[in-house]
Write a protein that binds this ligand. Sequence first.
Ligand code: SF4
Length: 478
Amino acid sequence: MGNLTQIDFDFSEPSNRFMCNLKSGTFVVLFEVDTPARERDFELAVEQVRLMVKALDKSRGLETGLAMTDRLESVNSWNAAEFARRVLKEGVRDRHVVYVSGRGSSKEDIADMLGRCAEAGLTNVVPVSGEGYGRGHRQPCFDSCNTLRLIADSDLYRSLLPGCVVNPFKYSANDSFPQYFKLVKKLNFGAGFVVAQTGWDMMKHQELRWYLDSRELHYPTIARIRLLTPETVKAIMSGVMPGVYIPRKFGEILNREGEYGYQQFAAAQWRRMQLQAAGLALLGYSGIQIAGISSPEHMMTACDRIKEGIREFHSFEKWRDAYLNHMANSDMAPPEHRFYMFDNLFQEPHAAKPHFSPRAPDKCGTIEKLHYKLCSLIFSRDHLLSPGEHRLSKKLFAGCPSCSYCRLPLCHYICPETCPKGLANGPCGGSRPDSRCEIRDKPCIHERRTRLALWLNEVDIIEERHVRHPQIAAKSLH
Ligand code: SF4
């Protein structure tokens, strides 16, 4: 199996089974379960998921668990901690993972979720900032970085092991670097493991491992993969899963697989999932989180296929050739961008000699530099302005409202309120393949902030500074 030297993380809670598996290098398979929307019957949903757990209990030869998502199926879903508590038996809850979403959440909502998790023994939590509400809608989210700080700063949550999410499937340097800088911030804020967003480009999966290794960040990583159906392919292609990307060539392969009927399509997806799982193990991933499987029978099939796949491939080269062949050697990058952090990916499994790509984010333009200098001049004398002048200067120079807690000086004078999710600590994972914001047809605000930080030689500030969230109130542009 893959390179397990990654696992020298300091685990101080030996009783946590998930954590022990990560520590020992046991490959973990998590099945993703969406906490149901409130219009679905809670008890019925609990019973359905209990059947999945029963099936997993019978599986042998793999460490398995559930990954309960929070407000992913619907913003108005049942409480994820409560759902997980009802589904999972006491004493074994530390095998599983619960997501804590900041989607439309206040600090109190998040504290309540964390408290419920801690009380119920749901030790493994993954804070995420949360999904947007679709194009054009503004919906502030409680940033995952703020949740990580809440966990780190309070004794109430000492039993929790937080993880974090990153989206490595970004294809321009402008879009990719901010993702990695935010990942490092989350690790600095106490995340103990990393979950990679869904994708099929295994070179990007390798890029994430090499990036962490190159910075000596030896954290366990789990890759989220998805068993596709024709319906989910359509949904992804139409953009309803922000940050999940099927490139044109891969889309053509999927269409061809669909031409021979549902059975053939399903068989091709099982094989793809098997190949991905085997490759991720070889690349040093500690496990996978599988989305798109909701029946106990399919879970058992998945476990069998994964075991077979891991047994089938002992050499990275043999696996790589099989995977590339299965993907018809198609380019997984979008036509407009083709950025990979390293030039020698896929030549060897581990980064003995990683060749960094010379490509970096765009340099700051003259107008951006002037704007920064002007803002630092005006806002450093903020206290000399009358409230009216203060409001006007913010509107004119930062394009933002006047908040009671102004974060401009902490964010290189780019107001986080101009991000539709109000994220101040770095980007979400949802930007489109052309690197524009998932919600507004504009570049992500964190691209510009990264350019400024690079120009000012302040990347360490981006990776270390905690920008607190003022209490958020759910509001919409419409
Ligand atoms: S501006 Fe960036 S961080 Fe904010 S919602 Fe858009 S893509 Fe996400």
